[in-house]
Write a new protein. Structure first.
Lengths: 456, 211, 263
């Protein structure tokens, strides 16, 4: 049982408190869903429960909190971890060992369990999380969903009764989310207490015992309504008769005899906003790389406005590409330098102020890119690609890492581009984004296109 | 072997044993290791990996020119080393970085080989002493350059004056040794300069930003 | 990335601690022995142990290539710098009479005795390299780290090395992606300025991302109760094979040293 009374917390050096007068009681076996915008204090609450606050982070903590009778302030994180397990967002950062079975045992080894007991717990966790068959695999060969399960298994083996999940579905595709759902269901069934922080929460609402909404560090009574598009845009008269702009004919590509793309045929017109939908590993990123000319296809042709791709260098910059992780594309010292980097290399002149305004980055001109928030960094990355004036923009999973408000703002900008004649192709597994921002849906599975429909 | 070279060998072994002893003693002492937070240790781990990656392209490409390839080696290595020290400015960090990287490379591809440990222990020892004496862990450019030069001097002199003749039984002419040492020192200094400049940029994000 | 090959040869079954001891023995031998024949004996015994692990053809090719490189470069470098008499020049690159360089260096010539001497000395390095490759092929990294911890390496340092190994492939991948992103923004990596710029623009995001991940990793470790003392699930068991190998090693070493000193 977790009891929280009048809990307030301020991070060291912060002006505003991250948590304000939280009062909460969580009974054993409950499944609590916590939602709210980025920065509203959801994760901070989790950290007060597992002891990271205040033991690791410091800061000012007032009020009282007790977890299973223990007061986090007075107990080392170590002790608390026997009762409270935490699973973070990025599965990769929670895997320490080279082999699956070794990683599951890591936590137990730290808790000084004797060897025999470690082996029993480890095997139990492997079986519970469906990792038994791959227990001897090397960890860097695992898929995203498998890594997630491994992270959970490592915590499970330690034997806590309370599980904290901090936005675990962020990097997962549909199948991964379904898997996670099953796991959570299993845990609830066995009577574990689960606290899940999520902003893609719709799937979990009917399943949770209680849903708590956070806003600016406080618990609010009502759920934020799902934001609707600010200006629902009608697509301008879209002529099917327009000639294809990007044409892919019978594209085949594979790695070392393992085929990735099998006979892709695709025609995209100028000004279309296309959603590329499919599981992780279905070939979306490979298709992007092929369009960019980063891969040489074994068979088939890609042409843009009739010019075949090998002659088009991506730095000729008809094509822009936005990585899923914007931090891999930001490498200068100021926002201004970042945006003007590309055009400078190409000899194009651009208007910085206009670009800043368009991407709502006014006032950030001299700032170091890494000091911006995730959503701002993503907009900056997009700006620095658009400044090179590409005609087609490829976006790799643009909605991950952002809350609903964040990606809605972002996709609005990209959709507006199509109204000005640019072509946008974005890969995603976010159905809502697809529904609201795509003119056309292409579904790809195991390297083949299985669906190609016009949505509007 | 004549008496003077015998003397050098014995002196070298004694000196080396002393240095190793001090290093190991300090290293295994729990107190020192406890002064590192988990985040410090993880940062050092990742820097050990970065040090390895920094010289990867040169291992495969330039090894055809043994006479100057160490020049290209040393620059990225020193740069990343300096950045690492600046981010974890504690006694022992340098040793963990250099020695850790050596053992890491040995586990991964070179095989556990004590003959190469002096290359790690000697510069670590010298640099730790340097930082303690100057009371400055790469806080200023001068300090960084000094560290780079020191590293270059220690490593190259060790090889050409001791390891070369007495361990590998390889001899080099005086002018060649001078040429290599000078080149090594210059390369390390350049690397240190680059590392210092980069670390200032990285720190801006680190301190004020979301890192 | 790791060159460990998962087979079940006798050498695979040797405890990593034994392998460390073997390395130490070989290290001493390589420095002490001077006689060509004895060095050859040492080399052949290690090389045959290597062949016993049935290495793949590509692996063998890599080893031979590395050996050849060491052989040739040592030969040539010692060919230049041989200073004992007699020395017979085979090739003269710069004679003594050339102004400045000739006078400074005393003439750059390759001597026959030097070439031979170099060939012999290269054996030392080759022996060490072959043993090293043998160990890397037959020992899993985490076992090796475990062995080292049993020898006194602090647990936290063992953890550190484990993390370094575990994240190597990820960081390399990330570096590649960053480089591609830069190419896509038109960054030209030609020439000295290009390389410097490239390094700067690669290092900054790479290090910052490492620091970010590092924070996450550290939090995850804390939450898994990570501190100094740990028990270990894995065990290293010494089989009958290990003391046998060590004994053989000692006997061989004593034999070789005896031959060196007294014959």
């Amino acid at each position: 049982m977790i009891e929280i009374k009048d809990l307030s917390y301020k991070y060291p050096g912060a002006e505003k408190p991250a948590l304000k007068d939280i009062n909460l009681q969580i009974k054993d076996g409950e499944f609590i869903l916590i939602t709210g915008e980025s920065g509203s204090g959801k994760s901070t609450l989790l950290y007060t429960i597992n002891g990271l606050i205040p033991n690791l982070f410091g800061g000012e903590l007032t009020g009282s909190i007790s977890v299973n009778g223990l007061v986090p302030k007075e107990n080392p994180i170590r002790r608390l971890s026997q009762f409270v397990g935490t699973v973070f967002q990025n599965a990769d950062s929670q895997i320490f060992m080279l082999r699956v079975e070794d990683d599951v045992a890591f936590g137990c080894e730290n808790l000084l369990f004797p060897r025999d007991e470690i082996i029993i717990r480890r095997n139990l966790a492997l079986k519970e999380l469906s990792l038994w068959d791959i227990r001897e695999r090397e960890t860097f060969t695992l898929s995203g969903g498998q890594k997630q399960r491994l992270a959970i298994a490592g915590i499970y083996a330690m034997g806590p009764k309370i599980f904290l999940f901090d936005e675990p579905t962020t990097d997962l595709d549909e199948e991964g989310r379904r898997d996670l759902f099953q796991i959570l269901r299993g845990l609830k069934h066995r009577g574990y207490t689960i606290i899940l922080v999520e902003h893609q929460y719709e799937d979990f609402i009917p399943f949770a015992d209680r849903t708590i909404n956070f806003k600016e560090g406080q618990i609010t009574l009502s759920l934020d309504p799902l934001p609707s598009r600010l200006n629902p845009k009608r697509k301008k008269n879209f002529h099917q008769s327009l000639p294809p702009y990007l044409k892919i004919e019978d594209l085949w590509f594979g790695y070392e005899g393992h085929p990735c793309l099998k006979g892709i045929n695709l025609q995209i017109r100028k000004g279309e906003s296309v959603a590329l939908f499919g599981k992780n590993g279905s070939g979306k990123t490979t298709l992007f790389k092929a369009i960019l000319g980063l891969l040489r296809p074994q068979k088939g042709k890609i042409t843009i406005e009739g010019i075949s791709n090998p002659e088009l260098s991506p730095y000729g910059c008809k094509i822009g590409f936005l990585y899923q992780n914007p931090d891999e594309q930001l490498f200068t010292c100021s926002v201004e330098e970042e945006i003007s980097f590309g055009p400078k290399n190409l000899g194009i002149n651009i208007n910085i102020e206009e670009a800043l305004k368009l991407f709502e980055l006014e006032g950030y001109k001299g700032r170091q890119p890494q000091t911006l928030s995730r959503g701002e960094r993503q907009r900056l990355a997009l700006a620095s690609i658009l400044s090179m004036q590409p005609e087609i923009i490829l976006l790799d999973e643009p909605t991950t890492g952002l809350d609903t408000k964040g990606w809605t703002k972002f996709m609005d900008i990209t959709y507006n581009l199509t109204l000005r004649g640019k072509t946008v192709v974005f890969s995603t597994h976010n159905r809502k984004a697809m529904g609201e921002f795509a003119d056309r849906l292409i579904q790809i599975e195991e390297g083949k296109i299985i669906r190609d429909e016009i949505l509007r | 072997m004549n008496t003077s070279s015998e003397l050098i060998i014995y002196a070298g072994i004694v000196l080396f044993a002393l240095i190793t002893g001090i290093t190991l003693y300090a290293g295994i002492s729990k107190r020192l290791i406890r002064s590192f937070t988990t985040y410090d240790l993880v940062t050092i781990s990742l820097f050990i990996t970065l040090l390895y990656i920094a010289i990867l392209p040169f291992k495969l490409g330039f090894s055809k020119f043994p006479f100057i390839h160490s020049f290209f080696f040393s620059i990225p290595y020193s740069a990343i080393l300096i950045i690492g020290i600046r981010l974890v400015p504690k006694p022992g960090a340098t040793t963990l970085l250099i020695l850790g990287n050596t053992i890491f490379a040995q586990i991964l591809s070179r095989g556990i080989n004590p003959l190469w440990w002096p290359y790690a222990i000697l510069p670590s020892f010298a640099l730790e002493l340097y930082f303690i004496l100057t009371r400055n862990y790469v806080g200023t450019l001068l300090n960084a350059l000094g560290a780079g030069v020191l590293r270059g001097v220690v490593v190259y002199l060790y090889f050409y004056l001791f390891a070369g003749p007495f361990i590998w039984h390889k001899h080099y002419a005086g002018w060649y040794i001078t040429f290599q040492v000078v080149q090594g020192v210059i390369a390390s200094a350049i690397g240190a300069w680059i590392g210092f400049k980069l670390s200032k940029i990285i720190e801006k994000a680190y301190v004020y930003g979301r890192v | 990335m790791m060159r460990f090959s998962d087979k079940n040869t006798p050498f695979h079954r040797i405890d990593p601690r034994t392998k460390v001891i073997l390395s130490l023995m070989v290290a001493v031998l390589v420095v002490v022995l001077n006689n060509v024949l004895l060095l050859m004996v040492l080399f052949l015994s290690i090389f045959s142990a290597y062949l016993f692990t049935r290495p793949s053809l590509s692996n063998l090719k890599i080893l031979v290539f590395m050996m050849a490189t060491v052989f040739l470069s040592t030969m040539i470098s010692q060919g230049f710098f041989y200073y004992l008499e007699p020395k017979t020049p085979v090739v003269t690159i710069v004679s003594k009479s050339v102004p400045l360089i000739g006078g400074l260096t005393g003439g750059l010539q390759i001597y026959r005795e030097g070439l031979i001497y170099g060939a012999v000395q290269s054996l030392r390095l080759i022996i060490v390299m072959t043993l090293a490759l043998l160990i890397v092929l037959t020992t899993y990294p985490s076992d090796l780290i475990l062995g080292l911890t049993k020898f006194g390496l602090p647990q936290r340092i063992g953890f550190m090395l484990m993390v370094s190994i575990r994240f190597l492939p990820s960081i390399i991948e990330e570096a590649r992606r960053i480089l591609i992103a830069q190419k896509l923004r038109g960054l030209k990596l030609k020439g000295l300025r290009g390389v410097l710029r490239g390094f700067r623009h690669l290092t900054i995001p790479l290090v910052i991302n490492c620091l970010r991940s590092g924070r996450q990793i550290a939090l995850a470790a804390e939450v898994r109760a990570f501190t100094e003392r740990r028990t270990s699930m894995k065990e290293l068991k010494l089989s009958w094979f290990d003391p046998l190998v060590v004994t053989i090693g000692f006997l061989l070493s004593f034999f070789l040293i005896y031959m060196e000193l007294f014959k």
